[in-house]
Design a protein around this ligand. Structure first.
Ligand SMILES: Cc1ncc(COP(=O)(O)O)c(C=O)c1O
Length: 419
């Protein structure tokens, strides 16, 4: 028999194997200073394009004041226990009512964390006779929720309508045999490449197939739609989303999340979400903070408008400069370049150290081999100067990538990694 840890000593996993080259710089970097368009990385000011503070609320003075007062009033512990036992309060209820109204649903339920919350939502919605259909590029929290499912599941090709229909037909056939139903899961916005889920078309398929739709709108909430109610509002199909999910970790610049649906569904879920029944409730200071953020979202669309001014300037600027930003239809701004992983590492170093630009880098195995994805999240706090400097820096690094500078710089690294 082997020591349980033997495999860990041998293999650190697909990402862990890069730790020696990457840790502290490409992964687990330490960004310092207040959350904003400019922060410090290794003592140097950088323009930050990797923080999901879309609306710039993290450091909004009204939000900061509300957060500080809430912590003073409640501390960080209250309430103790799970919602069902001793962690329920009037303010949790108030927040739920206000969220439900904001996203045009009958009821909502506040979750302590988005990841666990949606995982349990999937778990609670399906039994072993039910069938799940979901996008192959779904976020890890959806994949992990589906992993708990004891029945059949089908993935469809990313945002591909033919594949969606094929898999819905398959799912329906099986559900007819087992006597179950079909749960269809999409994201409102796919966070890596920025495409909106094809909610309008998916909803149209309800006329032909019998399924319920769960939408994870982590990146859409606050950023899309006339009022900021998300991808469903943007595509005019919010009323056809059966269970709507969003996290507070992005536009709301906080922690926590919620689901919204018909009252009967929420009443069922609040008694059946294991991650909420057996884990601590969202603390009061965060509930009060979320109420303040929601108040700002409802008061005006000024933050969303500013965000989109920046998104448009950045995305148009990139396109005008000949960059491939793929098929994004949201604020998420990917830039695709061609190169190896070592070249990508040299390029990011150049971007950070010589141009003061900090953005996330994504490489194989998350995207196909030979591609480098620089992923940028514009926010309402960015300025036109940030955008101009970034466009100039991107042109400079593209030139160096194409003229082989990064290949030379990364030669030693490439040999070490056997590329
Ligand atoms: C699409 C998506 N769903 C769910 C989550 C999880 O949310 P949370 O950070 O609240 O756990 C995230 C990440 O924040 C996400 O990007």
């Amino acid at each position: 028999m082997k020591d349980l840890f033997a495999k860990i000593y041998r293999d650190k996993g697909p990402l862990g194997k890069w730790a020696d080259q990457a840790e502290g710089y490409f992964v687990f970097p330490k960004l310092e200073g207040q959350i904003s368009n400019r922060m410090k990385f290794q003592g140097r000011e950088v323009i930050t394009w990797s923080i999901n503070d879309y609306l710039g609320l993290a450091n909004n003075p009204e939000v900061r004041k509300a957060d500080e007062e809430a912590v003073k009033k409640w501390g960080s512990a209250y309430p103790m226990g799970a919602r069902m036992m001793s962690g329920h309060t009037d303010l949790h209820e108030q927040l739920q009512n206000e969220l439900a109204e904001f996203v045009s649903k009958e009821a909502a339920y506040v979750l302590n964390f988005g990841y666990q919350g949606i995982l349990s939502t999937i778990d609670a919605l399906v039994g072993k006779n039910d069938v799940i259909v979901y996008d192959v590029d779904a976020h890890a929290c959806i994949i992990d929720g589906v992993r708990l499912h004891l029945g059949k599941r089908f993935t469809y090709k990313h945002n591909d309508l033919d594949s969606i229909e094929l898999n819905l037909a398959r799912a329906e056939k099986i559900a007819e045999q087992t006597g179950g139903g079909v749960l269809f899961i999409s994201e409102g916005v796919f966070g890596m490449r920025g495409e909106q889920g094809k909610l309008k078309e998916i909803v149209e398929l309800k006329k032909k197939y019998n399924f319920r739709l769960l939408v994870d709108d982590a990146h859409g909430f606050g950023t899309l739609g006339k009022t900021g109610a998300g991808a469903g509002e943007e595509q005019g199909v919010q009323d056809q989303i059966d269970v709507y999910f969003a996290t507070f970790a992005k536009s709301m610049a906080s922690t926590g999340a919620f689901i919204a649906a018909d009252k009967e569904i929420i009443d069922y879920l609040k008694y059946n979400l294991r991650s909420q029944m057996f884990a601590k409730s969202l603390q009061m200071s965060l509930v009060e903070g979320a109420l303040k953020r929601l108040e700002l979202l409802r008061r005006s669309t000024e933050f969303k408008d500013k965000l989109w001014e920046n998104v448009n300037a950045l995305q148009n600027g990139l396109k005008e400069n000949g960059f491939d930003i793929g098929t994004t239809t949201s604020c998420v701004t990917p830039v695709y370049l061609k190169g190896s992983i070592p070249e990508a590492m040299a390029l990011v170093k150049d971007l950070r150290e010589n141009h003061g630009i900090f953005c996330s880098i994504v490489v194989y195995p998350v995207i196909p081999k030979g591609l480098i994805l620089l992923r940028m999240i514009p926010t309402a706090t960015h300025t036109m100067e940030d955008i101009d400097l970034t466009l100039k820096a991107f042109s400079a690094i593209r030139e160096r990538l194409e003229n082989g500078t990064y290949k030379k710089l990364s030669q030693a690294l490439m040999e070490k990694m056997g590329e």
